[in-house]
Design a protein around this ligand. Structure first.
Ligand code: ITT
Ligand code: NA
Length: 184
């Protein structure tokens, strides 16, 4: 089976590919810009984008909307993560967090799959914001996010290792289990 992943982010594609490879599913990237609305939840952003795309391209396909939620910043950047990454960047987040003791944060991913209907799969990972950047792997905020129970950031892990604990890995797991049940 081949699955189209609508995203501009090659890092996400790499993770989805690695996840699905052993399951015999080939993931390929399809670049198709879609509107990301301002909404309170990743679910709303993902579902709007999915329905917008469904009117323009033939399915099935999926997308992924993710965010980093920092406790001490009341969940910021959250649904604004892509914008904040482009503007403030990682260094800007570290500056906002300078001198802040409560470093707790989590990532969430919402995978939205279209097969004529909307299917949403979610994943979350808890951890903390490091004091400085560490590692060169991964993408986005990975160099400043350390998952709970580890002393390495996501950027210091292999893709397989990140997938085994990450927000996206968990959403991909739920997605793949659903596919296994529903694609008989
Ligand atoms: P799309 O084209 O798929 O939307 P994007 O990079 O804009 O790609 P999102 O809006 O979902 O994706 O991501 C929000 C921001 O969070 C963005 O800057 C990502 O780099 C970052 N991000 C998402 N997943 C991440 C992960 O697993 N590790 C680190 N940063 C991540
Ligand atoms: Na985006």
């Amino acid at each position: 089976m081949r699955l189209a992943f609508i995203t501009s982010n090659p890092g996400k594609v790499e993770e989805a590919r690695k996840y699905f490879e052993p399951l015999g599913v080939e993931v390929y990237q399809l670049r198709f810009e879609y509107p990301e609305i301002q909404a309170d939840t990743l679910e709303e952003v993902a579902e709007y984008g999915l329905r917008w795309l469904a009117e323009r391209i033939d399915g099935p396909f999926f997308l992924d909307d993710s965010g980093l939620f920092i406790d001490a910043l009341n969940g910021f950047p959250g649904v604004y993560s892509a914008y904040v990454y482009r503007t403030l960047g990682i260094d800007g987040i570290l500056r906002l967090m300078a001198g802040v003791d409560d470093r707790k944060a989590h990532f969430r991913s919402v995978i939205a799959y279209w097969d004529g209907e909307v299917h949403l799969f979610t994943g979350r990972v808890d951890g903390e914001i490091t004091g400085e950047k560490r590692g060169t792997g991964g993408f986005g905020f990975d160099p400043i996010f350390m998952p709970q129970g580890f002393d390495r950031t996501f950027a210091e892990m292999t893709t397989d290792e990140k997938n085994s604990i990450s927000h996206r890995g968990r959403a991909l797991k739920a997605f793949s289990e659903w596919l296994k049940e529903n694609l008989k």
